[in-house]
Design a protein around this ligand. Structure first.
Ligand SMILES: C[S@@+](CC[C@H](N)C(=O)[O-])C[C@H]1O[C@@H](n2cnc3c(N)ncnc32)[C@H](O)[C@@H]1O
Length: 212
């Protein structure tokens, strides 16, 4: 799809919370990229989510990184041999991802209008990962539609792994209701990407979902 058509489609939906922040502070994306580059340089482990996802799928799986940012999760999974598509609404982050990592396919798109077939990608995914608080950055009016769009991009038996924190404007109970309305079932609820169980007072949620 040409970038102009993608922009038209994006203008049909409420602007993502992330892009509202970028509109107010144009340096935000660069700050975010440099923050993760700094952590990488310090030798921090930035691959916890990617290892979790890798354990969910066979070798050479099809992975969609929904809200991929500068490509932290996508790049690790592509290095393991998975076929990865990274999608993000922020063109500055996708540009940084493209520069740093050539293997995944990178696409600028709002998840609320996600239609990968229009980009020539019609095969579904074994797993869709949405790590690093993508969910609370979605425009509230698009949350259900995003979950529905993600579901439509799954292969049969495919699953979605989502992780985000409490206190960011998207209550876990609301997310569970939205998932249900989007035709998704939650198979697993954890509180960390290293598999600690979720409880009522957990301040983070990692959920694995599948089509109902
Ligand atoms: C905190 S960053 C996390 C980036 C990446 N998942 C990671 O963990 O490194 C949140 C990301 O969500 C993306 N995002 C927010 N709303 C979006 C939307 N509606 N469509 C696509 N991406 C979105 C932002 O552009 C940003 O890259």
């Amino acid at each position: 799809m040409n970038p102009e058509r993608e922009r038209d489609k994006m203008s049909e939906v409420e602007t993502s919370g992330w892009m509202k922040i970028v509109e107010e502070n144009p340096d935000h994306s660069t700050w975010y990229i440099e923050r993760f580059q700094g952590m990488e340089a310090e030798g921090k482990d930035l691959a916890g989510e990617a290892r979790f996802v890798d354990a969910m799928v066979p070798r050479h799986a099809r992975v969609l990184d929904a809200g991929c940012g500068p490509g932290r999760v996508s790049a690790f999974l592509a290095d393991l041999g998975h076929e990865v598509v990274g999608v993000d609404v922020d063109p500055v982050l996708i540009s940084a991802a493209e520069k740093a990592h050539s293997a995944p396919t990178w696409i600028v798109a709002d998840l609320a209008v996600l239609d990968l077939a229009a980009h020539g990608i019609s095969e579904g995914f074994d797993v869709i990962v949405s790590a690093g608080n993508v969910m609370p950055f979605l425009a509230p009016s698009t949350r259900r539609v995003v979950l529905e769009r993600l579901r439509r991009h799954l292969r049969d038996e495919g699953r979605i792994a989502v992780g985000f924190g409490a206190g960011r404007g998207y209550e876990f109970a609301e997310f569970f209701a939205d998932a249900d309305a989007a035709g998704l079932v939650i198979d697993v609820k954890l509180r960390t990407w290293d598999l600690r169980p979720h409880t009522d007072d957990s301040d983070f949620l990692v959920a694995i979902l599948r089509s109902a």
